[in-house]
Design a protein around this ligand. Structure first.
Ligand code: NAD
Length: 255
């Protein structure tokens, strides 16, 4: 096996939650370009289908599935429909996530709950359900989308619920990695810095002095820049990595 062939995902089945836009869309394209058949999971199946169609148009294999990751009853049917069309799931990317900018004293119980419902409970629902199937088969690869917010306090915006939720994602990644290693399942996470998507208004003058001007590389990432890292973690190229949090932040957390 050559070094480059270790990155090849031909014959693998991958799933990306929240794959209908932003980072998830770019990760879905990257996995497909590396050879995987990709299922795009989103609450709006029509939007997921647009991404799946673009992947197919580019010569890849993709399907769209409608599911809300916070709905625990929707997870098994979602996995069933993917496995019946594409085959057993090898790679599962937990990308779906939401954020709220609000000082701690203004956070409502509902706002707090919503962030944890998607970022932690939704991710957990998917990890447990797909992990059960992977454990039965003795192999699998889970990649969680964490954040630098798991370890720093972002500014100028306050986002306490989001920060705490991403810290939970990083620690859950490590917990599952240790527990499931004997079952042949690897679990890793990426921790991106600022990436230009709907979630992070990187061109907003309110944020630019802090997020961009004050950062070592003085720019945000494009979603596409995260693609190669996902292919790395999803492939044999990272065969001895589990429980790792791969930081991709342009040096933002160095200062
Ligand atoms: P985005 O808002 O463009 O995308 C989020 C995706 O999650 C959307 O496709 C949305 O439909 C989906 N989603 C939300 N709730 C869902 C649910 N209940 N069920 C299924 N899908 C759901 O934001 P993004 O920037 O692309 O974020 C993707 C991931 O990257 C998130 O986990 C986010 O926390 C993380 N992240 C983003 C940045 C950034 O700067 N943009 C930095 C670090 C981490």
């Amino acid at each position: 096996m050559t070094v480059m062939s270790k990155f090849d995902l031909t014959g693998k089945v991958a799933v990306v939650t929240g794959g209908n836009g932003g980072i998830g869309e770019a990760l879905a394209h990257a996995l497909a370009e590396a050879g995987a058949a990709v299922a795009i999971v989103a609450r709006r199946v029509d939007k997921a289908e647009t991404v799946a169609a673009a992947i197919r148009e580019a010569g890849g294999q993709a399907m769209a599935v409608g599911a809300d990751v916070t709905d625990v009853d929707a997870i098994e049917p979602m996995l069933d429909s993917i496995e019946s069309e594409l085959g057993p799931i090898d790679i599962f990317v937990n990308n779906a996530g939401i954020c709220e900018h609000k000082p701690a004293l203004d956070v409502t119980p509902e706002g707090w709950r919503q962030i944890f419902d998607v970022n932690v409970h939704g991710l957990w629902n998917c990890c447990q359900a797909v992990g059960r199937r992977m454990a039965q088969r003795g192999s699998g690869n889970i990649i969680n989308v964490g954040s630098i917010s798991a370890e720093i306090v972002n500014r100028p915006q306050m986002q306490p619920a989001y920060n705490a939720s991403k810290a939970a994602v990083h620690q859950l990644t490590k917990s599952l990695a240790a527990e499931w290693a004997p079952s042949g399942i690897r679990v890793n996470a990426i921790a991106p810095g600022y990436v230009g998507t709907e979630m992070a208004e990187v061109d907003n003058p309110k944020f630019k002095p802090y997020w961009i001007d004050d950062a070592p590389m003085q720019r945000a990432a494009t979603p596409e820049e995260l693609g190669p890292s996902i292919v790395y973690l999803a492939s044999e190229a990272s065969s001895f990595m589990t429980g790792s949090i791969l930081k991709i932040d342009g040096g933002y957390t160095l200062w």
